[in-house]
Write a protein that binds this ligand. Structure first.
Ligand code: ADP
Length: 271
């Protein structure tokens, strides 16, 4: 706990003294520290591709000036680094927008399986490139939920992309739906959308930290796969806005399941 002590002179003459009041400023200090950590992380994440770009430009100007093969190779790497910076800036903007809107409750009813279907349709070329079977098990009947269509699409995109990226050795990603009579944490009825992969899984020591900004279970693999480390943080904030939650289950060597739980709306809600 961090206290701010304010001392005020009181009384006069022989009765003069000082009154000290203690104010608990822990939350202000914590917010300040988080902001400083965030700025330090962003600077570090931007500096890595920038340093690489500057290095390649110098090499192209100098030793590789007349080497056509090296030039092509370097330009390819430079493009990848520039794209990484572009993804990072886009994810930072998404995160800040999602945080700004977090207190505004969505009011439109959404057909979640249709949203998932449209996301899978967009991701199919990526699945085919990676030789991954992307399967959706259609639900029997699923209640509509109150939601922001673009944001929910972003949630499913991030989770399915991750399942394909990190679980690619499993060769298969399955999306299934469920209704839950009462979720103990949401304290009410919910729907669940589960994204299952059959990849290497995640060590349990990492699981509760995965939605922190820039937290990666395997730094090297995430960097190699072009990850920004912000995807699950964005998912968490979007689900907060929807009063939902993310449940992560994983077994090493068997795969991971990321389940989105969204509350069922009260009767008569939505437009
Ligand atoms: P990134 O851009 O690094 O993918 P995310 O926030 O989307 O960032 O994910 C955070 C970390 O969680 C990843 O770096 C990875 O270590 C881990 N992760 C996410 N999804 C999976 C998955 N399906 N299987 C294994 N690890 C995963």
């Amino acid at each position: 706990t961090v206290y701010r002590v304010v001392c005020t002179p009181v009384g006069e003459g022989a009765d003069a003294g000082v009154m000290a009041s203690f104010e608990d400023v822990t939350s202000v200090e914590t917010a300040g520290q988080m902001r400083r950590d965030f700025v330090a992380n962003v600077s570090h994440e931007l500096r890595t591709p920038l340093t690489a770009l500057i290095g390649f430009i110098e090499t192209l100007r100098g030793p590789a000036r007349n080497d056509a093969a090296a030039r092509d190779r370097f330009l390819g790497t430079m493009e990848r680094e520039a794209q990484r910076m572009n993804r990072l800036v886009n994810d930072l903007l998404s995160l800040s927008q999602v945080e700004t809107e977090e207190r505004i409750r969505p009011t439109d009813l959404q057909d979640v399986p249709a949203l998932v279907e449209s996301v899978c349709h967009s991701l199919r070329p990526l699945a085919e490139d990676g030789d991954i079977a992307l399967e959706i098990l259609p639900p029997d009947a699923l209640p509509m939920v109150l939601g922001d269509a673009d944001q929910l699409r972003q949630v499913f995109t991030n989770l399915i992309e991750n399942a394909m990226k990190y679980g690619r050795d499993g060769g298969r990603v399955v999306v299934r739906f469920d209704t839950i009579a009462r979720d103990p944490i949401l304290a009410g009825p919910a729907i669940a959308i589960c994204v299952q992969d059959y990849g290497p899984g995640i060590d349990s020591i990492h699981i509760h930290r995965l939605t922190e900004r820039f937290y990666r279970a395997d730094d090297h693999r995430s960097q190699q796969l072009g990850g920004t480390g912000l995807g699950l943080a964005i998912v968490k904030h979007i689900l907060n806005r929807h009063r939902g939650r993310l449940k992560i289950e994983s077994r090493l060597g068997e795969g991971s399941r990321f389940s989105v739980l969204l509350p069922q709306p009260p009767r008569g809600a939505g437009q």
